[in-house]
Design a protein around this ligand. Structure first.
Ligand code: ZN
Ligand code: FE
Length: 255
């Protein structure tokens, strides 16, 4: 049975996601930037929240956790490594652990780099990955706490997943990410095609998240650091994939 997923806009440009296991009716929310929109979205559907899945410790992903916990009694789930900075965890997970939402299983990926102890929740059967500020639609999070090598290793974990995997990232940043991506591969028609789609979607007020992993692999410069076309475009054909990633991330920081 599939997952039913509802996108809940929060704050200025964050997303929380309600995730419902259709078979059992168990519901989780991936990140809780603020409580009110999440509680409203639950109430509109008469859904009972069972779990809060936290990707990382930044305020714009956890500020609503305690209010949501109080209102719903949901269990709070996060990375054991970051337990000291997260709200009190009922379930502390490590890299490679599996976690159940009803009959659906997700795998915990440690995708540190943006922060240490950042996780992605990957529902393999349902083809849904909740990635926070690691892999994002047409981008990736800024490397605040980890190293460039660490962030590249984290992003590389997504390379092996099925192309149909949907990437539910934490922000609506795609339109600004588009402008940067085009500076790296200005001659790649896939980027121009995606840019037109993003512009059209935003003009209609539509979300550009989730995005398919296949599209990210074809257009996201941070996922393409190992690609010969990208290395050639940057004049870095002899550099390692991680070095090319670091160059692209540094350019984005200064963009
Ligand atoms: Zn963040
Ligand atoms: Fe964020």
């Amino acid at each position: 049975m599939p997952l039913e997923i509802v996108t809940v806009p929060c704050l200025a440009d964050n997303y929380a996601y309600l995730i419902r296991d259709v078979e059992t009716g168990k519901v989780a929310v991936a990140d809780a930037p603020e409580a009110a929109p999440i509680l409203k979205a639950l109430g509109e559907r008469s859904w009972q929240l069972d779990q809060v899945l936290i990707t990382h410790h930044h305020y714009d992903h956890i500020d609503g956790v305690e209010e949501v916990r109080k209102a719903t009694g949901a269990q709070v789930v996060g990375h054991s490594v970051d337990a000291g900075r997260l709200p009190p965890l009922d379930v502390a997970l490590d890299d490679g652990d599996t976690h159940q939402l009803g009959t659906e299983t997700c795998e915990v990926f440690d995708v540190s780099g943006h922060t240490i102890g950042h996780v992605a929740f990957v529902f393999h059967d349902a083809l849904a990955a909740f990635t926070g500020d690691s892999l994002m639609a047409w981008g990736c999070g800024r490397v605040f706490e980890g190293t460039m090598d660490m962030m590249w290793t984290s992003l590389s974990k997504f390379h092996a997943l099925p192309r149909a995997m949907q990437i539910y990232s934490g922000h609506e940043y795609t339109a600004s990410n588009a402008k940067f991506a085009l500076t790296i591969e200005p001659d790649n028609p896939s980027l121009h095609q995606r840019s037109e789609q993003v512009t059209a979607a935003r003009a209609k007020g539509e979300f550009t998240v989730p995005s398919g992993l296949g599209l990210e692999l074809a257009t996201n410069p941070f996922m393409r650091a190992g690609h010969i076309k990208v290395k050639t475009a940057l004049g870095m054909t002899d550099a390692s994939d991680a070095e090319v990633f670091a160059e692209i991330r540094t350019r984005k920081d200064n963009f």
